[in-house]
Design a binder for this molecule. Structure first.
Ligand code: ITT
Length: 203
């Protein structure tokens, strides 16, 4: 791919997310020797995420940041799809936590809806779309996922967002219990990164 050279040489990357959990996990997964910046370092605002898919929202965020900073930018649009809720909250995963981004509220909402349907252990998956954007307006999107199921009560203090109620397939503990070493080997975010590595070589 013609961008290979650019990423091999890249020394600075802006991770276009205001979510500290995502920022931390992206940094843990991506190469160590790059210097990573946050939107706050450039006083960037949040663009309006009006895409209909994870990939389109990821693209909106990465291009917005790349055009304004002149840096190669990586964004992540992700969320939880619960089968018994017709794949909700999906792209609305952050919005279910309300303006204060309180995930106790979002988790309670998942509980109430699943409880009504008597499907508290519904199958579910996390999806992650990662977009890499260049200041000239080109971008590339990749999507990863991890299958699993919902489990109540919420358990674990590690991780973020919906991690305390998600158990990945083949495991007994929630993402919030298993810790970053394991999560970063099986997560939707890591799965998307594996796809990126097939096309781009980082230094
Ligand atoms: P940015 O747009 O600034 O990146 P955001 O939190 O608004 O931050 P999204 O719109 O992509 O990001 O929302 C995705 C939500 O899905 C996020 O707020 C998390 O709560 C949840 N989510 C995504 N990945 C997750 C993970 O690995 N573990 C738990 N929850 C996750």
């Amino acid at each position: 791919m013609h961008r290979l050279y650019l990423l091999k040489k890249v020394q600075k990357l802006l991770l276009a997310t205001n979510n500290p959990g995502k920022f931390r996990e992206l940094k843990e997964i991506l190469p160590k020797k790059i210097k990573y910046f946050k939107p706050k370092d450039f006083r960037l605002r949040e663009p309006i995420e009006n895409g209909k898919t994870f990939k389109s929202n990821a693209k909106i965020k990465s291009l917005y940041a790349a055009k304004r900073t002149g840096l190669v930018c990586i964004s992540d649009d992700s969320g939880l799809e619960v089968d018994a809720l017709s794949k909700k909250p999906g792209i609305y995963s952050a919005r279910w936590a309300g303006p204060t981004k309180n995930f106790d509220i979002a988790i309670k909402k998942v509980f109430n809806l699943l409880n009504k349907k008597k499907k508290l252990n519904s199958k579910a998956r996390f999806i992650c779309a990662i977009s890499i954007a260049f200041p000239d307006g080109k971008s590339f999107e990749f999507q990863g996922k991890v299958e699993g199921y919902i489990s109540f009560p919420a358990r674990g203090k590690k991780g973020f967002g919906y991690d305390p109620i998600f158990i990945p397939k083949g495991e007994k503990k929630t993402f919030a219990q298993i810790g970053k070493l394991k999560k970063n080997k099986i997560s939707h975010r890591y799965d998307a990164f594996v796809k990126i590595k097939k096309y781009f070589k980082f230094s």
